[in-house]
Design a protein around this ligand. Sequence first.
Ligand code: SF4
Length: 182
Amino acid sequence: MEENIPISWLNDFLFCPRSIFWHNLYGNFAKSTYQQTPQIKGLQAHENIDKKRYSTSKKWLASIDIFSEELGLVGKIDLLNQETGELVERKRTIKKIYDGYYLQVWAQYFCLVEMGYSVKKIFFHSLTDNKRYSIKIPTETEKQKLKEIILQMKHFSLEKKFSQNPHKCNHCIYCELCDIPQ
Ligand code: SF4
């Protein structure tokens, strides 16, 4: 496992630790080889709105690279309003805010703070229904939870005992690739 972990892996690791293996293996391949329609639609929604609404506004920082030396994380944020300190993570449609979503914005928050940015509010924005969900600013408790997950990721091994969850596998973008005995 690399020393710096991509923030985008946190959600996937919570969903299934084995997905990290596929990330590593297919990370350099064309995304169309493994992304399914919902993932592609989500990315397109991000791109379209970036171009239309945010490209000319200087107060919005969009898709900037972030890192945390303390946490060993690298990634990108979606949007940060430099005037109001609003950090916004857009998703195509939010039906439920999963634990992995929280980890993602906590990680973004701690990276930004370490880099010297001011973040005062955090939101998820569901694009298809235009709903916004406010998230509490994370504290030291959330930072410790994040660190625990990062530690688990760093020590993850395919050799470890693993119970497949068919319900998850049926909804996993790697279901065609992951041939694990039932
Ligand atoms: S197919 Fe199942 S076991 Fe494989 S990565 Fe996806 S959820 Fe995990």
